[in-house]
Design a protein around this ligand. Structure first.
Ligand code: AMP
Length: 283
């Protein structure tokens, strides 16, 4: 499809099934919550490059919001999203209502175990059950050969990979790198909710991660020293309220006393009501 053509928008499970029945394979799925930015576009472009049909889904999933005001204030702009998705290469955009995503009588929950307990899971109760339930639905509806997820949500990516493996879902889960603003802030739909002062302060997450990364590159292997390096940089920014700072085993997401294998530096930091996350893999 020409990159400036509008994609086909479908809103019901039945319409999606019909659209996909005649779609060229392989199919690449890109699940999103809308308010699309360049980070999402990079996933869609990757899907475009690797598949014959690209399906983007836009659904602000109430089940994964532990904070009702975060759900209400989540930015929504369907017309702009559909255009951006089309420009990046989407053929089909699935935009279900809540009732279409969770039809009458819905009573299934997909819950992944220990991987969902630390980090985001510890501070956002119910979040990952919401994520894995909707992603399982979308993977089931799409029957795609590949599904694309951002490393920005590193724990989500690990949890979805685990779920797909555990449940024997044939879709390949593809990890995509984090896209950043020129000043290092990871692109996020929530960035538009920052005040100008908070926006100016927000690159402190990246600086904190890079400080720990520099320590690691210089030979530091003590987990607490790496966490302290991140905390110290965050403490230099009065508008930043850290929620957690982590140096964890990439396989289990358990905090490390000593880094002797693949590890993940990650953090969640509040700026007033807006919560930002970022991460940096080590080794
Ligand atoms: P969301 O709409 O926030 O649920 O994100 C949809 C997908 O886009 C998820 O797989 C995210 O990890 C991914 N994503 C969000 N922000 C970025 C970014 N800055 N770079 C790369 N991928 C991203």
């Amino acid at each position: 499809m020409a990159s400036d053509a509008l994609p086909r928008v479908v809103r019901t499970r039945a319409e999606l099934r019909t659209a996909l029945a005649s779609a060229a394979r392989p199919i690449g799925l890109v699940p999103t919550m809308g308010a699309l930015h360049e980070g999402h576009a990079s996933l869609i472009r990757r899907a475009r490059a690797e598949n014959a049909t690209v399906l983007v889904t836009i659904f602000v999933n109430p089940r994964q919001f532990n904070d009702p005001s975060d759900f209400e204030k989540y930015p929504r702009d369907e017309a702009t999203d559909v255009r951006l998705a089309g420009t990046a290469g989407a053929d089909i955009v699935f935009i279900p209502t809540v009732d279409e995503a969770y039809p009458a009588g819905f009573q299934t929950t997909v819950r992944v175990g220990a991987l969902t307990e630390p980090l985001e899971g510890a501070v956002r109760p119910g979040h990952f059950e919401g994520v894995t339930t909707i992603v399982a639905i979308l993977l089931g509806l799409a029957g795609a050969e590949r599904a694309y997820f951002g490393q920005k949500d590193a724990q989500q990516l690990l949890v979805v990979r685990r779920m797909a493996g555990d449940l024997g879902i044939a879709t390949e889960i593809v990890a995509c790198p984090i896209l950043r603003e020129p000043d290092g802030l990871a692109m996020s739909s929530r960035n538009v909710r920052l005040t100008p002062e908070q926006r100016a302060a927000a690159p402190v997450l990246r600086r904190a991660l890079l400080a720990a990364r520099a320590g690691y590159d210089a030979g530091e292997r003590d987990g607490e020293a790496l966490r302290t390096a991140m905390r110290n940089v965050l403490a230099s920014e009065p508008l930043a309220e850290p929620e957690y700072v982590s140096c964890a085993d990439t396989a289990t997401l358990r905090e490390l006393a000593h880094v002797d294998g693949p590890a993940l530096l990650s953090m969640a930091v509040r700026f007033g009501p807006v919560r930002l996350i970022d991460n940096e893999p080590l080794a």
